[in-house]
Design a binder for this molecule. Structure first.
Ligand code: PHE
Ligand code: ZN
Length: 882
């Protein structure tokens, strides 16, 4: 490696900044290709710095430097040095001083979408993690907190709306030039990554919210003209979020105005900039005709997530980027709780765990495995991962399970009091929990530093003579890259023992102790519990509510699983029992298809499933979850090695057809009785009915017979909302023939002017299990509405193909891998965050059967042989191949 090859950054090397910045005054002249930024900084030496230095090193990237002034004196070229990423002034005063820097940047050519860029003519910024340095030279690190004043100026026609963080303190027209200005002041100290400014032709949808203490806050959602009628749900979600955070965590909003701006080109979902969130427009805009129930639910959850960051992330921020889970894991936990409180707790838990297992488990078991708090990185943008977010949230949830809901609240209260205005660490957070609830979390800390999904094996034996049930638990965490030796973790295991009628038996140990709330603490490698006074062999229900993010193996019979599916008082485990049962049937059928054998009949599984479906005490949304078979990637993960995606696909389709045949009448009845009359409402109750009805519809069509297909076509024609339309398209995309072509063409004609709906059209074709899917994707890449520069388009077509089309992506001839690798290299030239993320879809390549594995490897090597890779892509491809 030459010295230009990317450097690794280590947590252990953290040192405080040598300098602090107290105030930032920005004067920005927005211009499409040459935006001038004048920045005035009040800087002083950091009293907590490890060493005293008079060399000030600022971060900066892709900036054209105009001038630098120190305490008013213009510096010569000889007074400072510059590299591609720094500006160094070797001799600054050893007390406070003022630095003025004038630079230019080019929003128009910025396709990395980091820093200041233009999205369909709207100027906007994205500064997390390190985008602020692309706007001006700065100490661009989260532990440098300053108070910002931002003066924006622009042509009035080009950018009639000018926004920045905080409160608007002044605005007006400049007398002659056709330009105008706005001055925004944010009284809350913040790191540069929370800075934002926006300029453009936007319309404002306004509402207000009165806080707990009676302050009225303006709520402004800015969208492109013509989209005003698609903001109502986002606004409603915002108000619900504000209210929930007051009620559940005692957190009030702290500025006069809360603004959200929707933009079309955005690398991620949304961003929590102080008082000025910027959103991917697909997470704001919704009308029943254009957005599905899933879209509405995602909007509600992401609005909540970003709003909750105001306290967990903004008021208390992160000391360094290794602490990312401190804000993200905690905020995901909070948004999951919000959804659980507003909708159904059981359904939310199921969907969160599904998400965790689909995305985080493979990450944790593959070449990109890293701890929730990584110890090193090459490019921080590669660490906005399922591990940091989703597993990070699970750690918060485990803590809550151990200290209780009220204990958790009191610990959070302490955290906010103690660390308001701080750039904090995971240790700071954990200390607050430990102190407020008198809990020993020393062993628990290992969860933050140890990668890999722990494997827990449980077995229950019963001694009739002594009336004792003995539960043995063991844990082991498999080795991950760079971390071979693992330590036992402290995990909360919620459990119940079901007696003959399904009731939970009292849990009393031999020494007379009861087990409160059915919660035990597994700390050692092996632990045994002997429950007394058990009069008949119980059925264990373990890891209730998925109380720890582990892979659990239990010695249950099919009869036990059936019993749990019918009787478990824990709704999550009731669902899990059905999934485990299905996985048994599906893995053995996959083995069969691999050897050209017919699978054994699945009648007892189908019977158990039917019984759950008939249980009217279960809400429709829950029954819809029960009806969803494990996905092809769930089955692959269960099998674990030598994966043949075609055999998995055949097995799953076989079981769907079996269900369709055996439950035909029940499914038809579900379809009939769950239709939702009246105007569309996105609320959980109606959405749940639609989910159940649509799941029934899809299964009814699984035989591919004419009546099933006709029902789908009728469903499509009758559909008055996007949820129903998409369900029909989702069935038809897998079916050869004219029905598919006509319906997709009609859909295109109807929606070609709606960029969000067209993304669905791209994605639905990309996920087709038909033979021609890869060539169709290649063709659609050339479609006039497609663009590699627009992340939503890339995710819709290429991302959906790689993530949700296992037979297409893993085609035996390697066409799928080649297609994705080509796109990755193309995108890497201008948007490294997106190229690196897309390559993450190769993370499970080592699990494949040998021929596919070889094809995937050569696609990866094709990428790594390229010597102009971005730092982002370099890190991912190197680790994936290692
Ligand atoms: N911080 C954002 C969130 O989780 C995600 C994000 C990261 C957005 C980096 C843009 C860039 O809400
Ligand atoms: Zn977040």
């Amino acid at each position: 490696m030459d010295d230009s090859s990317p450097q690794t950054i280590f947590l252990k090397d953290y040192t405080p900044s040598n300098f602090l910045i107290d105030t930032v005054s920005l004067d920005v002249n927005l211009h499409p290709t040459a935006t001038r930024v004048h920045s005035r900084l009040e800087i002083r030496p950091n009293p907590d710095a490890a060493t005293r230095s008079t060399a000030l090193v600022l971060d900066g990237e892709d900036l054209e430097l105009d001038e630098v002034r120190l305490d008013g004196r213009k510096l010569d070229d000889s007074d400072f040095t510059r590299t591609d990423s720094t500006l160094t002034i070797p001799g600054v005063p050893d007390g406070p001083f003022e630095l003025e820097i004038t630079t230019y940047c080019n929003p128009e050519t910025n396709k990395a979408l980091s820093g200041l860029y233009r999205s369909r003519n709207i100027f906007c910024t994205q500064c997390e993690a390190q985008g602020f340095r692309r706007i001006t030279y700065f100490l661009d690190r989260p532990d440098v907190l300053a108070i910002y004043t931002t003066r924006l100026q622009a042509d009035k026609e080009m950018a009639p709306v000018l926004l920045a963080n905080g409160n608007l303190i002044e605005s007006g027209k400049n007398s002659s030039s056709g330009t105008h200005f706005a001055v925004w002041e944010d009284p809350h100290p913040k790191p540069g990554y929370l800075f934002a400014m926006v300029g453009g032709n936007l319309v404002c949808v306004a509402d207000t919210f009165t806080t707990l203490s009676g302050r009225e806050v303006d709520l402004h959602i800015y969208v492109e003209p013509g989209e005003e009628d698609r903001c109502a749900w986002a606004m409603e979600s915002l108000k619900r979020s504000m209210k929930w955070d007051e009620e559940r965590f005692g957190r009030e909003y702290d500025l006069d105005v809360f603004m959200i701006v929707a933009v079309s080109d955005f690398n991620m979902g949304a961003m929590e900039n102080k008082g000025l969130n910027v959103f991917n427009d697909k997470l704001i805009l919704a009308r029943p005709e254009t957005a599905t129930d899933a879209d509405y639910a995602a909007i509600e959850a992401v609005i909540a997530h970003e709003y909750f960051h105001n306290w967990t992330g903004n008021r208390v921020t992160c000391r360094d980027w290794f602490q990312l889970c401190l804000k993200e894991g905690l905020t995901v936990y909070r948004d999951q709780e919000f959804t659980s409180d507003l909708r159904s707790r059981a359904v939310e838990r199921i969907s969160d765990v599904r998400m965790l297992k689909t995305h985080q488990f493979p990450e944790d078991g593959g070449p990109l495995a890293h701890p929730v708090r990584p110890q090193s990185y090459i490019e921080i943008n590669n660490f906005y991962t399922a591990t940091v977010y989703e597993k990070g949230a699970e750690l918060c949830r485990m803590i809550e399970t151990m200290v209780g809901r009220e204990g958790f609240r009191s610990a959070m209260d302490l955290y906010f009091v103690r660390h308001d205005g701080d750039a904090a660490t995971v240790e700071d957070f954990i200390s607050c929990i430990a102190e407020a609830t008198q809990t020993d979390l020393d062993q628990f800390m290992t969860w933050y530093s140890q990668a890999g999904t722990p494997e827990v094996v449980a077995s229950l034996s019963y001694n009739a003579k002594e009336r004792i049930a003995e539960l043995s638990l063991s844990q082991v965490t498999p080795a991950t890259p760079g971390q071979v030796k693992k330590r036992p973790l402290h995990m909360p295991i919620k459990l119940g023992l079901l007696g003959p009628n399904g009731d939970d038996l009292p849990l009393r140990l031999e020494n007379g102790d009861d087990i409160p709330d059915g919660l035990i603490h597994l700390r050692a490698t092996e632990q045994t519990y002997r429950f007394t006074n058990v009069s008949s062999p119980p059925v264990p229900s373990l890891l209730r509510g998925f109380s720890a993010p582990v892979k659990l193996t239990v010695n249950l019979s099919e009869t036990d699983l059936e019993f749990l599916m019918a009787k478990d008082s824990d709704l999550f485990n009731r669902w899990q029992a059905g999934q485990n049962y299905a996985l048994r049937v599906l893995t053995s059928a996959t083995a069969g298809f691999g050897n050209g054998e017919e699978p054994a009949p699945a009648s007892s599984f189908i019977g158990a499933l039917a019984a759950t479906l008939r249980d009217e005490t279960l809400e429709p949304a829950y029954r819809a979850e029960v009806l969803k078979l494990p996905s092809e990637s769930d089955i692959a993960r269960e099998i674990g090695q030598n994966i043949n995606p075609d055999a998995i696909h055949s097995a799953r389709e076989w079981l769907r057809a079996e269900l369709s045949r055996a439950l035909h009448r029940e499914l038809e009845e579900l379809y009939e009785t769950n239709s939702v009359p009246g105007p569309y409402s996105p609320e959980a109750e109606d959405a749940g009915k639609r989910a159940l009805r649509n799941a029934a519809l899809a299964l009814l069509a699984a035989l591919g017979d004419e009546s099933g297909i006709n029902r789908v076509r009728e469903h499509f024609d009758a559909a008055a909302n996007m949820t129903d339309k998409i369900t029909a398209l989702g069935v038809l995309t897998h079916l050869e023939g004219s029905a598919r072509e006509t319906v997709f063409d009609d859909f295109y004609e109807q929606w070609k002017d709606d960029h969000l709906v067209i993304d669905k059209w791209f994605a639905l074709q990309a996920i087709s299990s038909l033979e021609d899917a890869p060539s169709r994707v290649v063709m659609l890449r050339k479609h006039p509405l497609f663009s590699l520069k627009a992340p939503n388009k890339v995710r819709a077509l290429i991302g959906a193909f790689a993530n949700m089309n296992p037979t297409g992506f893993n085609r035996a001839d390697g066409a799928g891998y080649e297609l994705v690798a080509d796109v990755v290299l193309e995108i890497d030239k201008f948007n490294p965050q997106i190229s690196a993320r897309l390559l993450g879809t190769f993370k499970s390549w080592r699990m494949l059967e040998p021929e596919r594995k070889a094809k995937a490897k050569s696609a990866l090597e094709h990428i790594s042989s390229n010597n102009n890779l971005s730092r982002d892509l370099f890190e991912i491809v190197t680790k994936t191949l290692d």
